[in-house]
Design a protein around this ligand. Sequence first.
Ligand code: DQA
Length: 149
Amino acid sequence: MSHVLLLNGPNLGTLGTRQPEIYGTTTLARIEAEVAHEISVRGWKLVAEQRNGEGELIDLLQQHGDAVGALVNPGALMIAGWGLRDALADFAPPWIEVHLSNVWARESFRHMSVTAPLAAGVVMGMGALGYRVAAQALTRLVPSADAPD
Ligand code: DQA
């Protein structure tokens, strides 16, 4: 069965209680369930992973090169995660970068993403809803195997 990789980076495992004034109160488990629901319209299964370490995130990208697509919230690794960036550059499926908060409205050190230029698209500032929006986008961006040219 075709699968989508939902990859969340450092400090995103504590969503729900982590700085709720910025990131909201929705847990990562809930977000994962919502994304799984969105992509089920295409018959895709979700593989959802969260890691705090950059190396582990890279390992997961290398293991899931056969995914139909991915949603990636790199967390703070967006700022200087060069190893993660290189792994994403070598990750062939289309992927969308997601940020719960509008990083452009925050501290200036968050205004740079080394990963976003490689993404098919970026969703930010919509809280947990952003993951659903990105998942919906993926269901439309990825062509069907039996679609006419
Ligand atoms: C974040 C934004 C990052 O700047 C921050 O380091 C995070 C979360 C977001 O989803 O808004 O960990 O990626």
